[in-house]
Design a protein around this ligand. Structure first.
Ligand code: BES
Ligand code: MN
Ligand code: ZN
Length: 465
């Protein structure tokens, strides 16, 4: 999909022109000196569309009129959603070249382009018959800058969605490491198994030991100028979560190639940072491995010593993400950054609590959490804070180690958060649970089924803010 900006899209020769209609306002097409659609009962309700077969004096064959709802209620998220709706419609009618002349504030370019990217997305690499994509979109009236930023965000989401959609047979720990190494403009260090052993990451290693594919610990660094802030960003990188010896039932295992969506998000974000060039330092960290049952798997009852010396009794091998994150958090805390964020498809309990509509968020610094929730809301992503009451820790009590890796099923998302907290030291930290939002079983709003790129937009906006 090729995206261009021009001053006035009306004269642009292409298949379809998209114009906007606000509720209660009339839509005038100057070139044919005519008010359109008012007579046909098209009110311009938010995301409603109407196709008008154009007069032959126009540069386009068709006009798609896009309902924007009430003018005073317009915001970035609505622009994104409306453009996504239009792009879906344009794909349905097999348009190839289109232009948008929405007559909106010139800074809405970013949201418009992100919406176009979200809706034009398909994972059809393995389909003999490819889906129809738009070839070219020309936006009139937006600034080049805002459209360029939208393109960087859109490409980052696409990159993350592609990675998370990639089958586990391809997206192995080594594949994630190679992907990290392929990103220009950042420094990347891959730690192999023997080095991970030397660092004392025994919780992480235990999770990966049942697989024939060796674990990789990935540390990417983006830094520019005199960074105003230093942040470590950890993504859960379980390339496949079978549950291990506590094996999952088939229906739960089916989508577990997505258990590296946090890692995919981190990779997409790191790649985009190189293009956005904010004055910050970001450490992208991924403890990548597979959770598999085999003769060499870790077992229920095993006791693992994490990097910080704390011991964990394995209560359930399917609570593997927190074990890998425990060591990654210890590593991140040693970097002495101002903040640590982890993003993970961590608990089914979070899916039960929030569904696919919002990600769970918790941490040790209310202001940081509040900030991320706010940036999320402006970025079109919902985060809902879950509590981290000390009492949740009771269910993690072990008779023979410092703690167990799971407690009661009830309150599972908070319990996982409390577990992670044990590995966080002297730093502001936020944990984001994207188990419900990273991968959709069926289409939802502007997203098709599959990976959504959860977290990418919010984290990028948080970093460039
Ligand atoms: N990767 C899963 C969590 C998950 C569930 C992600 C559904 C996406 C969709 C995680 O590793 C897991 O298996 N968690 C267990 C923990 C339990 C054993 C305490 C769960 O939530 O069932
Ligand atoms: Mn699991
Ligand atoms: Zn998992």
């Amino acid at each position: 999909m090729n995206i261009k900006v021009i001053e006035d899209a009306k004269k642009y020769k292409c298949d379809v022109m998209v114009i906007s209609k606000f509720e209660g306002e009339r839509t005038f097409i100057a070139d044919i000196n005519q008010y359109v659609v008012d007579d046909d009962g098209f009110e311009g309700k938010f995301c409603d569309t109407y196709i008008y077969h154009a007069h032959n004096t126009l540069a386009q064959k068709k006009i798609l009129i896009l309902g924007m709802g009430k003018r005073e209620e317009l915001c970035e998220n609505k622009v994104c959603k409306a453009v996504a709706k239009a792009v879906n419609k344009l794909r349905q009618i097999k348009a190839k070249t289109v232009c948008f002349e929405l007559g909106l504030d010139k800074d809405y370019g970013k949201s418009a382009v992100i919406g176009a990217y979200i809706a034009d997305y398909a994972y059809d690499k393995y389909k003999s018959e490819k889906v129809h994509h738009l070839q070219e979109i020309v936006f009139g009236g937006f600034t080049q800058e805002s459209v360029d930023e939208g393109r960087i965000f859109g490409e980052a989401m696409k990159f993350t969605r592609d990675l998370a959609n990639t089958p586990a047979q391809i997206a192995t720990p080594d594949y994630l490491a190679k992907t990290a190494l392929s990103i220009n403009g950042i420094q990347t260090k891959i730690y192999e198994k023997d080095e991970i052993e030397k660092m004392g990451m025994n919780a992480f290693l235990a999770v990966g030991q049942g697989s024939v594919n060796p674990p990789k610990f990935i540390h990417m660094t983006y830094s520019k100028g005199n960074p105003r802030k230093k942040i470590a960003l950890i993504g859960k990188g379980i390339c496949f979560d079978s549950g291990g010896l506590d094996i999952k039932p088939p229906s739960s295992m089916l989508t577990m190639k997505d258990d590296m969506s946090g890692a995919a998000c981190v990779l997409g974000v790191m790649r985009a940072l190189v293009e956005l060039q904010p004055d910050i330092e970001v450490h992208g960290i991924i403890a990548a491995c597979e959770n598999m049952p085999s003769g060499s798997s870790y077992k229920p009852g095993d006791i693992l010593t994490a990097k910080n010396g704390k011991t964990v009794e394995v209560d359930n091998t399917d609570a593997e993400g927190r074990l890998t994150l425990a060591d990654a958090l210890c590593y991140a805390c040693e970097l002495k950054t101002d903040e640590v964020i982890d993003i993970a498809t961590l608990t089914g309990a979070c899916v039960v609590a929030l569904g696919s509509i919002a990600s769970g968020i918790m941490g040790n610094d209310e202001e940081m959490i509040k900030n991320l929730i706010e940036v999320g809301a402006k970025s079109g992503e919902r985060f809902w804070q879950l509590p981290m009451y000390e009492e949740y820790k009771d269910s993690l009590k072990s008779d023979i180690a410092d703690m167990k890796n799971t407690g009661s099923r009830q309150g599972g998302a908070s319990i996982a958060g409390i577990f992670l907290k044990e590995f966080v030291k002297d730093v502001k930290w936020t944990h984001i649970d994207i188990a419900g939002t990273a991968f959709l079983e069926k289409p939802q709003k502007e997203f098709i089924a599959g990976a959504t790129g959860a977290g990418v937009r919010t984290l990028l906006n948080y970093f460039i803010k």
